[in-house]
Design a protein around this ligand. Structure first.
Ligand SMILES: Nc1ncnc2c1ncn2[C@@H]1O[C@H](COP(=O)(O)OP(=O)(O)OP(=O)(O)O)[C@@H](O)[C@H]1O
Ligand SMILES: [Mg+2]
Length: 274
């Protein structure tokens, strides 16, 4: 019988469970909701090593088959995230010596990573959970793809108070015309559609994260800001970071091909025997 080395890294976060399987060095990536992840956990018998991280790792561990004892490893969520991001950058052949890293998950953490070591430098409770929570409250929609679809067709200028609403001369300038004076501060906010509101919610979240991470980059004299986490899968999220970078004078937002899986890969790198 052929011997195959089989490892799995599971990042069971507050919203989604991200899974990286490494079969003889080859990686596969998938995402499940937590119930799907519990079902998977019960069937993980054939693995040589199982690495767990994320706030729901303990619950997952309790559902693993008994015969995995001695093959289970646990990793600190924050350490796993920056270690995974560092590894992905170098695997993609991109500079990885010094960068700001944003874990855009349910909430948001901001790290500085230097010479392969990360430090959590800032964070905010504004994150992916804000996006889905505000959408549920304001437009009755919770599905992430549906929110993005609406946002792509909306006009946030009907919801946000723009600098150009306060200073009409700013309308002539493409940069000043896009600057927000107050998110959700438009005097005509009640005229806005679901699409406009979805666009403004996305803006509120991305703008908050962009502003904080740019401040961290400037304070630490770092150029590149790598944004990772499940929401960065969506092209509209990436595009908003790009627009804001250009607007705020820091045009160095970067994304990873497998950005949602930093924690899951990092768990395999940093996990310690449970
Ligand atoms: N299908 C999807 N594709 C991309 N993003 C999604 C999808 N479904 C939900 N999201 C967004 O991703 C967010 C969760 O991101 P992520 O999986 O990185 O966080 P998490 O690890 O579950 O949370 P945390 O690390 O904060 O505990 C959700 O709050 C939502 O905004
Ligand atoms: Mg997470």
């Amino acid at each position: 019988m052929e011997l195959v080395d089989l490892q799995i890294g599971i990042d069971a976060g507050g919203s989604l469970t991200k899974i990286v399987t490494i079969r003889d060095g080859k990686k596969e990536y998938r995402t499940k909701d937590f119930y799907g992840a519990l079902e998977l956990a019960r069937t993980l018998t054939g693995y040589d090593r199982v690495y767990l991280t994320g706030c729901r790792a303990g619950t997952l561990e309790a559902h693993l088959p008994d015969n995995l004892k001695g093959r289970v490893y646990r990793a600190d969520e924050l350490e796993a995230f920056w270690a995974g991001a560092h590894k992905m950058l170098s695997e993609e052949g991109r500079p990885s010596d010094s960068f700001v890293l944003v874990a855009f998950g349910t909430g948001t953490s901001v790290f500085t990573v230097s010479s392969g070591k990360g430090t959590r430098t800032a964070g905010t409770g504004v994150g992916g959970g804000t996006l889905t929570g505000l959408s549920r409250l304001l437009i009755g929609i919770t599905d992430f793809e549906a929110i993005m679809d609406l946002a792509s067709r909306g006009n946030r200028h009907l919801v946000d108070l723009m600098v150009s609403d306060l200073y009409p001369d700013a309308k002539a300038s493409p940069v000043l015309n896009e600057l927000t004076a107050a998110n959700f501060g438009s005097r005509e906010v009640e005229r806005s559609s679901k699409e406009d509101i979805a666009s403004a919610i996305l803006q509120l979240v991305v703008e908050t994260i962009a502003v904080i991470s740019i401040q961290v980059a400037r304070a630490h004299q770092m150029e590149t800001i790598v944004v990772a986490g499940s929401p960065t899968r969506h092209p509209l999220v990436r595009a908003r970071f790009g627009e804001l970078g250009a607007l705020l004078g820091h045009d160095f937002f970067a994304f990873l091909e497998h950005g949602p899986y930093c924690g899951a890969l990092g768990a395999i790198i940093t996990g310690k025997r449970a």
